[in-house]
Design a protein around this ligand. Structure first.
Ligand code: HEM
Length: 374
């Protein structure tokens, strides 16, 4: 298989991420990538996700109940904080408290450093704080790894410690460390971005808020189980449409590993190439009125997304397709369930959310919203 490879993910992502998230799955190629991906997949199988759901459910509910009501607040900041706290528990298995807050600070510093322009470790700079954050995360993982290997628990760190290849081999300590730290990174801002886009769309389209609310009420439960999730068809339409209009990762970079012909162009080896979900998601040959929020385009009756296998690509495609896509969907559904069964969401009349487009799509103003209890 290795000989067939045409593009490198590692060569494209490494210049951006290799000092902060070295040897994360997306930063691997070919056989090394395939081997690790297969093992990691077991941390995202159904039984594992059911375990994460049990952890996330009460935590999201508690968090949302404590948010401001009847007054405007910045949704982006609130959801980012809540997801960080949930991640400490679901990814790392850390209960809230001092350890969680120092790990969260280290993680935020590491993420922010991925945008640093000057990569010189001078105290006070983004880059310096990022390297310190990375070191803190590494120390955290290394301190807990022996205990994690002892007993299997319902967190991703533990699942990765216990995951094996076909011959029963587990990851080395350093591989566990690099994978879990990368997973935190891959999950966090992408999910924050998605929830911002969905909440904005729902605030602008109250009829969809009501539709989802009715979908949740029809289940007649105060807490979602894994099996309930697949019944949430309208929620899935909204999830897909928000990811179409605002794919959190608007561009996916690669580097060619050999000379090639593409659409009649000669592309030499070692050229930077990119693929843009953002562009693809607005191509008029595939999507009717692409600038309109219209979740039903994904309904079985219309199936507008079925014209081309790669027309809807918020999670990428092929060998590196997002490993956490089911996890992201589960978390989004849980969040929306607890949100819409409690609150009505609104934005000021005439409000249009400004966006920043790089490195991920985010509200440029923090997304001021108001939650009114039902
Ligand atoms: C809606 C939220 C998410 C979006 C839009 C998203 C998007 C993406 C995209 C576009 C890629 C492919 C990058 C490339 O080909 O270069 C990717 C890869 C990846 N994502 Fe996600 N992601 C999301 C959530 C998550 C979550 C929650 C996790 C983990 C729990 C995760 C873990 C990963 C991993 C491990 C990879 C690398 C896969 C590989 O290289 O084989 N993602 N994601």
């Amino acid at each position: 298989m290795g000989g067939l490879q045409q593009f490198s993910s590692r060569l494209a992502w490494n210049p951006l991420l290799d000092r902060l998230f070295p040897d994360g799955l997306m930063l691997k190629d070919a056989d090394a990538h395939r081997y690790d991906r297969k093992i990691l997949q077991s941390a995202f199988k159904k039984s594992a996700i059911e375990g994460y759901l049990d952890t996330m459910n009460p935590h999201l509910e508690r968090g949302l109940t404590a948010w401001p009501q009847n007054k405007s607040f910045f949704f982006q900041h609130a959801v980012k904080q809540l997801l960080l706290e949930v991640a400490a528990e679901v990814f790392l298995g850390v209960e809230m408290g001092d350890e969680a807050s120092s790990v969260n600070t280290a993680f935020v510093d590491t993420m922010l450093a991925s945008m640093a322009v000057f990569k010189i470790p001078v105290p006070g700079t983004l880059w310096y704080r990022g390297l310190k954050g990375r070191k803190h995360l590494e120390d955290f993982v290394m301190t807990h790894i022996a205990a994690k290997r002892e007993t299997e628990a319902q967190d991703i760190f533990s699942q990765i410690c216990h995951a094996t290849d076909e011959d029963g081999n587990v990851f080395s300590d350093s591989a566990v460390r690099d994978h879990i730290i990368f997973l935190l990174f891959a999950a966090h801002d992408t999910t924050t971005s998605t929830l911002c886009s969905i909440v904005y769309a729902l605030a602008k389209h109250p009829e969809w808020q009501q539709r989802l609310r009715e979908e949740y009420q029809s289940l007649g439960t105060a807490s979602l189980s894994y099996d309930d999730l697949s019944k949430l068809e309208d929620t899935k339409l909204v999830f897909k449409e928000a990811l179409r209009m605002y794919p959190p990762v608007p561009a996916i970079p690669r580097r060619t590993v050999k000379d090639m012909e593409l659409f009649g162009y000669h592309i030499p080896k070692n050229t930077s190439v990119g693929l843009s979900p953002l562009f693809t998601h607005y191509m008029e040959e595939y999507w009717s009125n692409p600038t309109q929020f219209d979740p039903e385009r994904f309904s079985k009756a219309r199936a507008e997304d079925k014209k081309h296998f790669f027309q809807w690509i918020p999670f990428g495609g092929g060998a590196h397709k997002c490993l956490g896509l089911n996890f992201a969907e589960v978390q989004t559904k849980l969040f929306l369930f607890h949100l819409l069964t409690r609150y009505n969401i609104s934005v000021k009349a005439g409000y249009e959310m400004p966006r920043s487009w790089v490195p991920l799509i985010f509200p440029a103003d923090g997304l001021p919203v108001t939650f009114t209890p039902l």
